[in-house]
Design a protein. Structure first.
Length: 401
């Protein structure tokens, strides 16, 4: 199937080249200029077609490259062929087409930049990142390149450095993209810079290099003061050093910064309040949060705090009142079972009363879902593995079938 697609692509290119050659020959004949090579298009067309029929696509590409002169009329044909080959996975053949373009001395400066960009994309697709980086850096620093082309080169460099996890280089390139001469919101790049800084901080935390981690968390905050991820990392640093009260200050900021990450904040806050023996304070905060954002995730931790502060009967009363409004309640159901385990006869009788409700709590699972492309997974990815969007995933529940 892949070879058939390549056959169709090259055949189309040969036909276009054949038509361009015929038009050129007619112009020559109209001027009554004798040219012994006037019939080269027909010769090369049939040669290329024979090579395709003999299942020799590489030779057919060579025929196409050599038979069609590169000029303003045929440049788009070469570029289209190379782009199609790349999209179909025939990257080596696309590279040959674009390398042939760059070897021509009759291209204008803009045409050379276009061919160089296409070749860089070929290298990116094939995993030749060092070659792609070299071409993209040349384009980004070219003196007479258009702003749209320079911006595209910088964006491709960002993607390359993300794949290579070279976060310092990504921060530097993003700095350039915040310039006024480029269209688009600068905030997007500052937010991404915050995530690059957080990646460096996360590595430092893993290595228990607390000073470096704090420095990069502060850098992330300078790039984006509303970066919930930076607040989470700051809290994790404080927890690692047993500064639980300080950690809670960072965790409380997340409610204002980005409520999508309550799923990451609430377990840490619960643990901190438990260490500080300040669960009544947490209970009051959760009641206010649940009133503001009444969702099952918050209810889960509200029930745990109620159980610790007011006992199992209070939990049953709370859940009996709140659970019927939720269609998917697996976590809350599991929580209710835990609360009722090892209780006295009264609680067991209450458990029997709500067992019909508990049966509804076993039909859903929780996932993280990307709001940009719909990718789902069981853990949070700050950079979506599918669409490469930053901070696009949020905690959600989906039916388990």
């Amino acid at each position: 199937m892949q070879d058939l697609l390549v056959f169709a692509v090259i055949l189309a290119a040969l036909l276009i080249g054949f038509g361009a050659g015929i038009a050129f020959s007619r112009k020559r004949r109209a001027k009554r200029v004798f040219d012994p090579d006037a019939f080269w298009p027909q010769q090369h067309y049939f040669k290329g077609l024979t090579q395709l029929l003999n299942e020799e696509p590489d030779a057919a590409i060579d025929t196409f490259i050599s038979s069609i002169d590169v000029n303003s009329d045929t440049l788009e044909t070469h570029l289209a062929l190379g782009s199609l080959l790349r999209r179909k996975g025939e990257v080596e053949r696309a590279i040959r087409v674009h390398q042939n373009l760059l070897s021509r001395s009759n291209l204008t400066t803009d045409q050379q930049y276009t061919a160089q960009m296409e070749l860089a994309l070929d290298y990116l697709r094939s995993g030749l990142l060092d070659r792609a980086e070299m071409l993209l850096k040349e384009l980004a620093d070219a003196p007479k390149i258009s702003n749209p082309m320079r911006k595209r080169a910088l964006e491709c460099l960002i993607e390359l450095y993300q794949d290579m996890r070279e976060w310092l280089s990504a921060i530097d390139v993003a700095d350039r993209l915040t310039a006024r001469k480029f269209s688009g919101p600068a905030d997007k790049w500052r937010q991404q810079q915050a995530h690059y800084a957080c990646e460096i901080a996360q590595t430092a935390i893993t290595q228990k290099d607390w000073l470096t981690a704090r420095r990069w968390v502060r850098t992330a905050m300078r790039h984006d003061k509303d970066c919930a991820r930076a607040s989470l990392l700051s809290a994790q640093l404080d927890i690692a050093q047993k500064e639980y009260a300080k950690a809670l200050i960072s965790l409380r900021q997340i409610v204002q910064q980005d409520e999508r990450y309550l799923s990451e904040m609430l377990p840490l806050a619960y643990s901190c309040h438990k260490k500080l023996e300040s669960m009544p304070v947490f209970l009051n905060e959760l009641r206010a949060l649940y009133e503001h954002k009444g969702e099952l995730l918050v209810l889960r931790y509200l029930a745990k705090a109620v159980e610790m502060c007011e006992g199992g009967d209070a939990v049953i009363s709370l859940l009996m009142q709140e659970l019927p409004q939720y269609p998917q309640m697996e976590v809350a159901g599991a929580l209710l079972k835990i609360v009722l385990d090892e209780r006295g006869p009264a609680s067991l009788r209450n458990y029997v009363q709500v067992k019909g409700l508990l049966k509804k709590l076993t039909d859903s699972k929780y996932h993280y879902q990307c709001t940009s492309c719909g990718f789902t997974g069981e853990q949070l990815h700050w950079l979506c593995p599918s669409c490469k969007s930053w901070a696009s995933q949020q905690y959600t529940s989906v039916p388990h079938i």
